[in-house]
Design a protein around this ligand. Sequence first.
Ligand SMILES: Cc1cc2nc3c(=O)[nH]c(=O)nc-3n(C[C@H](O)[C@H](O)[C@H](O)COP(=O)(O)OP(=O)(O)OC[C@H]3O[C@@H](n4cnc5c(N)ncnc54)[C@H](O)[C@@H]3O)c2cc1C
Length: 382
Amino acid sequence: MEAYTEIREAVARLCAGFPGPYWRALDREMTYPTEFVTALTESGYLSVLIPEEYGGSGLPLSAAAAILEEVQRAGCNGGACHAQMYTMGTLLRHGSDAQKAAYLPAIAEGRLRLQAFGVTEPSSGTDTGSLKTTARRDGDHYVVNGQKIWTSRAEHSDLMLLLARTTPRSEGMKRTDGLSVLLVDMREAIGNGLTIRPIRTMMNHATTEVFFDNLRVPADNLIGEEGRGFRYILSGMNAERILIAAECVGDAKWFIDKAKRYAADRSVFGRPIGANQGVQFPIAKAYANMRAAELMVREALSLYESGTNPGAEANMAKMLAADASFEAANACIQTHGGFGFAEEYDIERKFRETRLYQVAPISTNLILAYLSEHVLGLPRSY
Ligand SMILES: Cc1cc2nc3c(=O)[nH]c(=O)nc-3n(C[C@H](O)[C@H](O)[C@H](O)COP(=O)(O)OP(=O)(O)OC[C@H]3O[C@@H](n4cnc5c(N)ncnc54)[C@H](O)[C@@H]3O)c2cc1C
């Protein structure tokens, strides 16, 4: 698999312009890193997956993974903009030529942002098949009613990829049938049936809840066929899991590097703390687990790029990488003793940020349940 060394170096150079103090100031005020996202957009990194004919670089998912890994490795936070990469798969694989021509060039140029992904609802949670938001066909429009929660970046996006029920659930129907994907242009929708309310969280993530009240969406904005949306979203979700796993690997590398340097520099009892096995072993273990997770990310990427939908590998990559990043975060904070808790070291901020990936975009329990049922053939537990 291509290493993307030049892209990685260029992303690292860009990220060097956004050091700890930049992120700390945003974190304090819970504000969106607009300058950072603009810099990534203008350098073309957020459009690497868009085919060249539409103005992007036409690179595979592994290029996006390399970019996001480097962003995290540099101490920045790709959570502000990673959705443009992972929602892209649904649009590229299932959107019509007319939709691609209408949106992709403007996204590639940075005039249009595709950063919002509306799946989770307050009452359905992980049980996507039971979501309640409806899209009812009315002439050449769909009329959308309902609510989404945790729709991140909605205030900083022009477009939202929305999953809604177009056919009511009925006896004998598969629970995930009857769902459809709509591309919602939020520029026209806000104030005309769409309301966005920010949710403050333990880290700076620009997440929101979104309300639909008779929002009219042109039927032309339906992605693929009506009722088959869950399948389309799944390929996007696998891309999402793989990319977030790459981000977690980047986080783990940042924590390990920070811990290693501090363990070598900090002297207590007249010698570096890193000379103690009790300090060095947790860092070494975190390193080994990060490398194992990195291999699974590569395996998932190569399967995804061969055109399949590697559910098991995408899920395992995400779980192993999220565990590796959180283990590294713990080792890093412990290595730093009291200083690990001081804002100016950035560790507590990154610690809070990487903790999210034990829960989102899919929680560890649900990954284990997936593996138990679909890989090991055990009875479905839910
Ligand atoms: C900051 C943030 C950003 C997010 N961004 C987005 C976004 O942009 N778009 C979007 O659509 N969603 C987003 N999400 C939602 C995220 O994907 C969900 O929070 C996640 O999938 C878990 O769903 P839930 O919160 O409803 O938890 P629930 O489904 O209510 O689960 C709660 C707990 O119970 C456990 N659990 C549930 N069922 C079972 C079972 N059968 N067996 C064992 N354990 C079980 C889960 O593992 C979890 O730990 C975001 C969430 C957060 C916190």
